[in-house]
Design a protein around this ligand. Structure first.
Ligand SMILES: [Zn+2]
Length: 163
């Protein structure tokens, strides 16, 4: 079996999860608050690229601190590779709810985005659970709940501040 350094695995899973959860909240919030499709797509794409960059930078600097403190020699992973994995994983996760907003029109697009994100979160939770040999269904439901929270927050803020 292909061996992947656990730090890369962590950045990848974290990026996918955060990309899915945050971007779904953003897409739902903006599409609840405005009707113009171009604005919804633009705002979502800006949010996902800025966030992916910021997460990659965060991954780089937090992992750097861990490496500086490490005395065990386990951290043979490259900081740049970890940051790149975070960036790409975040974008992939974020595109799951964004693609339906590009492809379809509102309000159906919003519902398809939520469904796509929830299927993605459920699968990710399941795979994560399988990888760590921990109850996969439980881990799938856990991600599902986290995703629901972000979606509801996006909905409420978008509804209150709608223009
Ligand atoms: Zn490391």
């Amino acid at each position: 079996m292909l061996h992947i350094h656990e730090d890369y695995l962590r950045s990848g899973l974290f990026g996918l999860q955060d990309g899915l959860v945050s971007t779904t909240g953003v897409v739902v919030g903006i599409s609840t608050g405005v009707e113009d499709k171009a604005i919804i797509v633009l705002a979502s794409l800006v949010a996902v690229t800025v966030e992916a960059t910021s997460m990659a930078a965060g991954q780089y600097s937090s992992e750097k601190a861990v490496h500086q403190m490490d005395k065990t020699g386990k951290h043979t992973d490259s900081l740049i590779t970890g940051a790149l994995i975070m960036f790409v994983a975040y974008l992939i996760g974020g595109l799951v709810p964004i693609i339906p907003t590009i492809t379809f029109n509102q309000p159906q697009a919003r519902i398809i985005s939520i469904l796509a994100a929830f299927v993605g979160l459920f699968l990710l939770g399941y795979i994560k659970g399988k990888l760590v040999e921990h109850k996969p269904l439980r881990s799938a439901i856990e991600l599902f709940v986290i995703g629901s929270l972000a979606t509801v927050i996006g909905l409420v803020v978008g509804y209150i501040l709608r223009v």
